[in-house]
Design a protein around this ligand. Sequence first.
Ligand code: MRU
Length: 345
Amino acid sequence: MKALEWLGNSLRILDQTKLPVATIYRDVSTYEELAQAIEKMEVRGAPAIGAAAAYGYALGALKYTGDRAGFQDYMNTVKERLANTRPTAVNLFWALCRMEDCLRNLYEEEDLDAIRKTLVAEAESIAEDDRRVNHLIGEQGNPIVPEEANILTHCNAGELATVEFGTALGVVRAAHQVGKKIHVYADETRPYLQGARLTTLELMNDNIPVTLIADNMAGYLMQQGKIDLVIVGADRIAANGDTANKIGTYSVAVLAHAHGIPFYIAAPTSTVDLKMPSGQEIPIEERNPNELRELFGVQTAPAEVPVYNPAFDVTPAKYITGIITEKGIVSPPFSVNLLKMLVRS
Ligand code: MRU
């Protein structure tokens, strides 16, 4: 399954809100449509959001009908719109900054078609980097996966959340591919059910054994000795290693710590945001209250009940055993070792 695919003049996205019941692809040809697809979580998962936004920026340029003089202001508007879709995953801002830098380097270029071509190529390169990096994360993570392992994961950090292969599920896939006996427990991940709807589907498609559990069952399974290892993805990693990921990740990390179970983050180095000294500064998205009052259109709570619906939480660095990146595994102390890893070529 491909979360996104560039078709030359449009971006084909797999509408993840419809999975696993229906597999519906949609061709998006304007930046506004793409911004809405990110907001509605038709495209979701930090690296996929980043790559999609890069293509959205390129789509903005492709659709521009004005002259060279007005182009820069227009592209600032495009960037603003795409940046205002979801606040937590830093990959969105990272990818948009890469696109903006690319445009900045073209300031002497007068030919708009040449500029458009270069911006499309940059978006393609962001997507290609994500493919390459995820396979490397899979390889780098291999040493921490035992020959036989029951792995717990939360949310979906797989091929649907990236351009290809996945981060946390990239490590799972790579271990399975080298013949390790892997079994995954997938947290269902309330309220949006990325674990139940997406992670199980991906793993079943790849014939990797998977069992679905409700989020509140993880502690019981750990107590029973049924989990050897936890691997999750990340939306933003602060300079001290504190990590924002899907709501519920923090609870899993505390439980893993209490049971002496290794807890790993798998993420590209582009997810590290050194501008955030700690997790406290990471903006946490709050989503529509109806995601808790309803389950896919069916009312499950009083229509007017007050709701608090943060989409992410922050796991303090002290609960994280290691961070698996494309450059290697970062161990504590993260404030020293993340920096070392980032400067490594
Ligand atoms: O709200 P979502 O579905 O975009 O959240 C996704 C997650 O929290 C993932 O774990 C994270 O983005 C890493 S994806 C490789």
